[in-house]
Design a protein around this ligand. Structure first.
Ligand SMILES: Nc1ncnc2c1ncn2[C@@H]1O[C@H](COP(=O)(O)OP(=O)(O)O)[C@@H](O)[C@H]1O
Ligand SMILES: [Mg+2]
Length: 409
């Protein structure tokens, strides 16, 4: 049997429009853009049960460049697209490719151009002028070749994504290192200066002023100097000479010992709900840093809740599988203790999610942007892992994975 005999027109009447919402299941989203319905049917038929790196391929259909743009604007992340050249215009497919790369600025998606009229768009011109993965004539794409093409597109896409994630992680750790050096250099000197200001202001506060305006001014200086001190205290935890002693602990004990401070850090409108696993494993961490990290997460959660809401703290034993690590760059498989801090506050936008752990990233008028950078630093030093899930105006979940330690010291 010849390869192309596999390509028959399917009479399968399955729903061929956009399916599966983003992140509903780990899958590859592929976009087929063609004004010929038969092309969609054939592609579906050929790739129906295909899995690549353990993920299914979900096919989304667009019948014109215009429809394709609408789908590309949805919250689906497409890994690759098969695009017809001639649709609503003779060059609709080519313009779509230009739009994806130049205007939408998506450099990740793999693009394959398919044409039914090879003479219309000469291969050499197209491949050298457009940023595409491949250029195929429709009748050249047999079932086997379509599968091979999909596989090679997804492999390249996966490599691009992984390389970009590694670049981001590297950039982040270089930044943290720079902050560490900077913090080491300035915290000490800056604290001395603040010490002098605070000492003098406190002396002034002991002397009564005749005039209320002066009293208010001195109090403002005191408040500002205290804010400065608060920031340098936060910076201190980034200093490069970290001497914090790690110990084998049950984080439930640390959480329980913090209930008063947690209570004081939250408002009555956002009560904290505890769900702590009674048989929690031990982990080897610096307790003070853990407490500071948890407090930062609680304060952020509380600040994200505008009116009424809830904050929950949950602990569980868990195993990070190889599969999880494939999906999450930088994670190492093994046994972990999972700390989950969740709130139903205003949520985090996709754009902000990328910047969350950057030192000094803040969306608050009086924020320092150091809280989450500190959490990240703590997780790194503890050889753990962190993930964030958030839906705007619905909820935000921070998952902190701390490696299991078998021995109690
Ligand atoms: N639970 C949360 N819900 C919504 N946004 C959050 C949450 N936690 C952190 N953020 C966002 O991350 C940013 C950085 O947080 P952080 O590093 O603690 O700095 P800061 O709290 O000083 O702004 C915040 O400004 C906020 O936009
Ligand atoms: Mg904060």
């Amino acid at each position: 049997m010849r390869d192309d005999e596999f390509i028959t027109f399917s009479d399968n009447k399955e729903n061929s429009s956009t399916s599966l919402p983003y992140e509903a299941s780990p899958c590859w989203n592929m976009l087929v853009v063609d004004d010929d319905k038969a092309v969609h049917d054939v592609t579906r038929l050929v790739l129906k049960n295909a899995t690549v790196f353990n993920r299914n391929i979900v096919i989304h259909s667009a019948y014109s460049a215009h429809e394709a743009k609408e789908l590309l604007f949805s919250n689906v992340t497409f890994a690759f697209a098969l695009i017809d050249v001639v649709m609503e215009t003779d060059t609709a497919g080519l313009s779509l490719i230009k739009w994806i790369r130049d205007e939408k600025r998506d450099t990740n998606i793999r693009l394959v151009l398919r044409t039914g009229q090879p003479g219309e768009a000469p291969e050499q011109d197209i491949i050298s002028h457009y940023d595409i993965h491949d250029y195929k004539e429709k009748n050249e794409l047999t079932a086997k070749k379509l599968f091979t093409l999909s596989y090679s597109c997804l492999r390249t896409y996966n490599d691009i994504i992984k390389a970009k994630e590694m670049q981001t992680m590297l950039r982040h750790s270089v930044k943290m290192e720079a902050i560490g050096q900077l913090a080491s250099g300035i915290v000490h000197d800056f604290n001395n200066i603040l010490g002098v200001i605070l000492g003098n202001v406190e002396l002034l506060q002991q002397t009564p002023f005749d005039n209320e305006k002066q009293t208010r001014r001195v109090n403002s200086i005191h408040k500002a100097a205290m804010m400065g001190k608060n920031t340098t205290d936060k910076l201190r935890s980034f200093t490069t000479n970290k001497s914090a002693q790690k110990k084998s602990v049950n984080i439930n004990d640390l959480i329980k010992s913090m209930d008063t401070i947690i209570d004081h850090s939250t408002t009555r409108n956002s009560p904290v709900n505890y769900d702590l696993d009674n048989n929690l494993w031990l982990t080897n961490i610096a307790s003070n840093d853990f407490e500071a990290a948890l407090l930062n997460l609680i304060i952020n959660a509380n600040e994200a809740i505008i009116e009424n809401g809830y904050i929950s703290i949950k602990t569980r034993n868990c195993i990070l599988t190889e599969e999880f690590c494939l999906e999450n760059s930088g994670a190492i498989s093994g046994e972990y203790i999972l700390l989950t801090v969740r709130d139903n506050g205003k949520g985090i936008s996709t754009k902000d999610k990328k910047l969350l752990f950057d030192p000094f990233f803040t969306t608050k008028k009086t924020g320092t942007g150091l809280g989450l950078a500190m959490v990240f630093d703590f997780i790194n030093r503890s050889l753990g892992y962190i993930t964030v899930n958030s839906e705007i105006e619905l909820d935000t979940t921070f998952n902190l994975y701390l490696p299991r330690n078998h021995k109690r010291e």
